[in-house]
Design a protein around this ligand. Structure first.
Ligand code: SF4
Ligand code: MG
Length: 312
């Protein structure tokens, strides 16, 4: 998958809100791109635009060689079976009046993937096994289960079609830390087994540390740094990436720096000025930062950063 200059603007009474403002990335099959940033930075909107749950304002989304933003609704319907989303709060996205079996079965039924009822039942059992849900839970309701099991239902549902690509929108953020690891391990296992491609959206860099092949850090609608996961953790460049990394508890990563506390508010995403959007919170900000917008530039193989400082 490739996003080219992807934009999503929303009209508001105060002006245009630039939720996603020229996002570019490439994602190889069977790998994970972590999309990281504070709430409101446009990461969820990016995920929804990629799946066309929201229509892009501009740009391209190339999926298996085609710009899917130009597909009509029939062509898109076929693709929807391959492209799924997993949400932060599985409880809110699962119908409380449906049993586990009915929830997992629904997409298969709606898409007429398996017409025979018994075969469908077998498929549901297979999916439950795949995500580590005991067969005896088949007739339970979501409210009877804990958060981890609910997220397993969400994953089983997302895998019920011919799924190849999944936008995972904060899939473990609502779970206890011990359960987070279980769900992340499961998702990693499923990725290997089924050759899945993930966009993994999170506000928490420590979650994507061992999970993503590449990480893109977003700030106010833009990717401000992008690198292979290890490279980003060992050689972060952008002051904002450094601040995010410094906030991770020291037990989980090797680092000796003090936590960097960001001062100042995030500037408004409405009609943003063509300057560095991080300038008002950046301790390194210079004159040029408030005059010119830094472009995302190559630092070394696969490592890109948008900051006037790095050339110095
Ligand atoms: Fe800070 Fe300037 Fe870099 Fe923006 S461009 S992050 S203000 S140094
Ligand atoms: Mg979000």
């Amino acid at each position: 998958m490739e996003a080219k200059n992807l934009k999503k603007y929303f009209k508001t009474p105060k002006g245009m809100l630039h939720a996603v403002d020229g996002v570019n990335f490439k994602l190889r099959k069977g790998t994970t791109l972590g999309l990281v940033g504070e709430s409101g930075c446009g990461k969820s909107t990016t995920g929804r635009v990629l799946l066309r749950l929201l229509e892009a304002t501009d740009g391209e989304v190339i999926y298996e060689g085609k710009n899917i933003l130009h597909l009509n609704s029939n062509e898109m319907r076929a693709l929807r079976k391959e492209m799924q989303i997993i949400f932060q709060d599985p409880y809110a996205s699962l119908n409380p009046r449906m049993t586990v079996s009915q929830i997992i079965e629904e997409p298969i039924k709606l898409n007429k993937l398996i017409k025979n009822k018994e075969e469908r039942f077998i498929k549901v059992l297979e999916l439950m096994e795949l995500v580590g849900l005991s067969e005896r839970l088949i007739n339970t309701y979501p409210h009877e289960l804990d958060g981890g099991r609910r997220q397993r239902i969400g994953i089983a549902r997302a895998l019920s079609l011919n799924t190849k690509f999944i936008v995972c929108d904060e899939p473990v953020s609502a779970l206890d830390v011990s359960i987070q690891a279980q769900i992340l391990n499961l998702m990693k296992e499923l990725q290997k087994k089924l050759d899945l491609t993930y966009i993994f959206i999170t506000h928490d860099l420590s979650v994507v540390n061992h999970f993503s092949d590449e990480i893109a850090v977003m700030y106010l609608g833009k990717i401000i740094e992008k690198a292979p996961s290890e490279e980003l953790f060992s050689h972060p460049i952008h002051p904002y990436t450094n601040a995010l990394l410094s906030a991770i508890p020291k037990l989980t990563i090797k680092q000796d720096n003090e936590q960097i506390i960001l001062k100042g508010e995030i500037v408004s995403p409405i009609n943003p000025k063509p300057i560095c959007r991080f300038a008002n919170r950046c301790i390194y900000a210079k004159k040029i930062c408030k005059e010119k917008e830094p472009a995302l530039e190559k630092v070394c193989e696969n490592h890109y950063v948008a900051c006037h400082l790095f050339k110095e």
